[in-house]
Design a protein around this ligand. Structure first.
Ligand code: GLU
Length: 290
């Protein structure tokens, strides 16, 4: 049996906090306990928000915590062709269409639709795509693309679901409402999700699925805030014919008021805690790890 493979996959769009420390340490410990491997992956597809100093700090903070990981570290921004290829495969299946509405236009469309009744939201609370770009003719699409208009490539969720039928996963941890064991995925709750944009040939959902497969990740261990994203990930794995890892979602570290930690809250930032004299052992204690 090949050894299990775990990963910690932060985005370098801010400094790490106690929540990241918990997730990274948990993955590292599980890898150690099972004779497995531990990888670090830098999820830096969003060039507008990711910065080299945050990436350097991730390496520094994790090393300070006592973690070590295999090299080379995969940086998603260096692998756009792999994601583009997956988009082409989905496109060849007739499951992708471009939507040309700007964020502001989408907000206006949602507002208009909400005059009658509440418009559905995805599990993160964002409104589902309200547009009608799916029904544009090939000629209209061609004309808009040729005009240089920006666009987002969306998954035709109805067609994708029709193709795979039902999909699910075995949850080894728990979701936000204690969901565990056999979970029925609900990708349709996300509507026609964006899988790429004109200027970025991928999205979180697509690149995470491609990379977990390419890196041979056997165990995805991450925060319960990503629990329902797993629905989309399982659907993409089925569509692309790639294996599914085991999933374990873990509790979130919260502040004293019970809120999810944010990268901008200094009180729980690893760098601030370290500057204030905290040791790696203290960090383990703060997040409830032995
Ligand atoms: N890059 C994601 C984040 O920082 C985590 C991705 C994952 O673990 O699936 O929230």
């Amino acid at each position: 049996m090949p050894p299990p493979v775990f990963r910690f996959a932060p985005s370098p769009n801010g400094y790490l906090h106690l929540g990241h420390a918990f997730s990274a340490l948990l993955n590292f410990d599980l890898a150690r306990q099972s004779g497995g491997r531990f990888l670090l992956r830098i999820e830096d597809i969003d060039a507008t928000r990711c910065r080299p100093e945050y990436e350097a700090a991730i390496h520094e903070d994790l090393a300070w915590l006592g973690l070590c990981w295999e090299t080379p570290v995969r940086r998603q921004s260096e692998h756009f062709p792999a994601y583009r290829e997956a988009i082409e495969r989905l496109s060849a299946l007739g499951l992708i269409y471009p939507g040309f509405e700007s964020r502001a236009e989408i907000a206006r469309l949602v507002e208009a639709r909400e005059k009658d009744a509440p418009w559905p939201r995805d599990p993160d609370g964002a409104p589902l795509y309200p547009g009608t770009a799916k029904s544009l003719t090939p000629a209209e699409r061609g004309r808009l693309i040729a005009s240089g208009a920006p666009f987002a490539l969306r998954l035709d969720m109805e067609a994708a679901m029709a193709r795979v039928g039902s999909v699910g996963w075995t949850e080894q941890g728990a979701g936000p409402n204690g969901e565990t064991g056999a979970v029925a995925a609900r990708p349709e709750a996300w509507g026609d999700v964006i899988l790429a944009r004109k200027e970025t040939p991928t999205s979180y959902h697509l690149s995470v699925v491609i990379d977990d497969a390419l890196q041979g990740i056997t165990h995805v261990v991450r925060g319960e805030d990503l629990f329902w994203s797993t629905s989309v990930h399982r659907l993409l794995q089925q569509l692309l014919g790639i294996p599914q890892p085991a999933y374990r979602h873990h509790r979130l570290i919260r502040d004293d008021a019970g809120r999810k930690l944010s990268k901008s809250t200094l009180a729980t930032g690893l760098r601030e805690l370290r500057a204030g004299g905290a040791t790696p052992a203290k960090i383990r204690q703060l997040v409830g790890l032995p």
